[in-house]
Design a protein around this ligand. Structure first.
Ligand SMILES: [Zn+2]
Ligand SMILES: [Zn+2]
Ligand SMILES: [Zn+2]
Length: 159
């Protein structure tokens, strides 16, 4: 019996610590990006940290349970403005949101990577290692943003 209770104690204490670390981590990320950590912002960020692919506002709204769509939208816009998330137009009609690479700053996104849309599971993923190639524009043209969307089958679906 003592063995069991010790194991149980270690287990619960580790689980609690892990949860505390995660709460702390989300708070640190917001502070680092100069965003005041309100309860809603922490909720949205923690949800995004647990996503393997980019998500739409509707998916986020469903995932967070009863929350106000406008409030979530404002949080996302704030995150985008501060260089914490970027939005992706995958042609599905609704923009998707994903967390940025570490080096994005307010008003300037550095993560110009390729995005991948899987036709089978309809998930959109960031491909941070695949950089968008330099595009030469005709004289007199100024670029503001570049999107490169690759469509096909993801590794989960190809198997
Ligand atoms: Zn970014
Ligand atoms: Zn897939
Ligand atoms: Zn991305």
């Amino acid at each position: 019996m003592p063995i069991y209770s010790t194991t149980f104690f270690i287990f619960t204490s580790t689980a609690r610590q892990a949860k505390e670390i995660m709460i702390k981590e989300a708070e640190d990320i917001l502070v680092h990006k100069e965003i005041s950590p309100t309860a809603m912002r922490l909720l949205v960020l923690r949800f995004l940290l647990n996503q393997a692919s980019a998500i739409s506002l509707t998916e986020l709204e469903k995932g967070l349970g009863p929350s106000d769509r406008v409030t979530i939208y404002r949080v996302l816009k704030k995150f985008e403005e501060k260089g914490l998330v970027h939005s992706i137009d995958d042609g599905s009609g609704a923009p998707k949101y994903a967390l940025c690479a570490e080096d994005c700053v307010a008003g300037h996104h550095h993560d110009l990577h390729v995005h991948f849309f899987c036709n089978a599971c309809r998930e959109t993923s960031c491909l941070p290692k695949s950089k968008i190639p330099q595009v030469t524009l005709p004289e007199g043209f100024a670029s503001e943003e570049v999107n490169l969307m690759v469509k096909g089958t993801c590794s989960k679906c190809i198997a």
